[in-house]
Design a protein around this ligand. Structure first.
Ligand code: PLP
Ligand code: CA
Length: 310
């Protein structure tokens, strides 16, 4: 029953839970760091987990960095060394998805960051953005005459600081031209990115929704809570869900994916979620809300240190 879940992971229980796991999946922002600052004690905790022989993987919905950039950030902030293959960012996972879903030689029209383009490049998926070409006239109706690339068979939407009406037009035109033969893929649906002090900026979900609304169809989402991201980890490392812990700060992405995939879920309160929100879900008897409730919580992953000995 729901009321048994979301227990604080005290030292004794932490020893048992960690002892029966061989892999931990860490969400990044809100768990390991906030922006550019490491969460206090997080690097030490991961260092001990690595020393204890645990496999550490990183699963992030942020499509604005490459896997290589994450390994550099982990190193810069004092975390144990990670290889790019341990990092599952939504940019990399989207590239991987398109490589297997697109016919050979087909290209993706991309709304996103240079990192997203770099990950497509790395797996050999041809891609184009709006490019430097001048728009063919001053009004949106003129833009709808811009040339279309015959190779495009997918539209990919990620975090794009330069999202525009012109790009939205072009995305719609590819989707209308290709019909169901043109894939529509989004990296993630996070609706907001919280900043310090209660401020926030709109997340990639807003951009995906704009394209879905124009095209009147639903995107395939690569990131959490979709299990595709977990499946990427499984196909890379062959991990056993029953021996895997998902650590995250967000209920509707991290915890939902973990629960859906049969992992042990651990919420940390260093990010976007408060215990009151969990209580609300826990007390509801709606199954959809129950699946947002984690097995355990800690105030910070630094709280795992005592269970990891000296
Ligand atoms: N998307 C973007 C563009 C972000 O900047 C962030 C966090 O910084 C996220 C998503 C959420 O990332 P995570 O899944 O690591 O919490
Ligand atoms: Ca997070």
């Amino acid at each position: 029953s729901g009321s048994r879940r979301c227990r604080r992971l005290e030292v004794e229980a932490a020893r048992a839970v960690l002892g029966s796991a061989d892999t931990l999946l860490f969400d990044c922002d809100g768990v390991l760091w906030r922006g550019e600052a490491a969460v206090g004690g997080a690097a030490a905790a991961l260092g001990r987990l690595a020393a204890a022989g645990k496999r550490l993987c990183y699963v992030t919905n942020n499509s604005s960095r490459t896997r290589a950039a994450y390994t550099e950030k982990l190193q810069r902030l004092g975390f144990p060394p990670a290889e790019p293959r341990h990092v599952f960012g939504s940019a990399y996972c989207a590239a991987r998805y398109l490589r297997q879903a697109l016919p050979l030689g087909a290209a993706a029209y991309v709304l996103g960051s240079p990192a997203l383009a770099a990950e497509l490049e790395a797996v050999g998926v041809p891609h184009l953005g709006p490019g430097p070409a001048a728009l063919p006239g001053p009004t949106p109706a003129d833009w709808a005459r811009a040339p279309l690339d015959p190779a495009v068979r997918a539209v990919l939407v990620g975090f794009d600081e330069h999202f525009s009406y012109a790009k939205l037009c072009q995305a719609l035109r590819y989707l209308l031209r290709g019909g169901p033969d043109c894939l529509l893929v989004g990296t993630n649906r996070d609706h907001r990115l919280p900043l310090e002090g209660g401020a926030a900026i709109p997340g990639t979900g807003c951009l995906v929704k704009a394209v879905e609304t124009a095209a009147q169809r639903e995107a395939f989402i690569v990131g959490k809570p979709n299990r595709y991201m977990f499946d990427c980890v499984v196909s890379e490392f062959g991990i056993d869900p029953a021996r895997t812990i998902m650590v995250g700060d967000r209920l509707d992405t991290d915890i939902l994916m973990g629960n859906t995939c049969g992992l042990t879920t651990l919420l940390t309160l260093t990010g976007v979620t408060t215990l009151d929100e969990v209580k609300g879900h826990q007390e509801s008897d709606c199954p959809a809300r129950q699946s947002l409730v984690p097995d355990f919580y800690v105030d910070s992953i630094a709280d795992l240190l005592p269970a990891l000995g000296d």
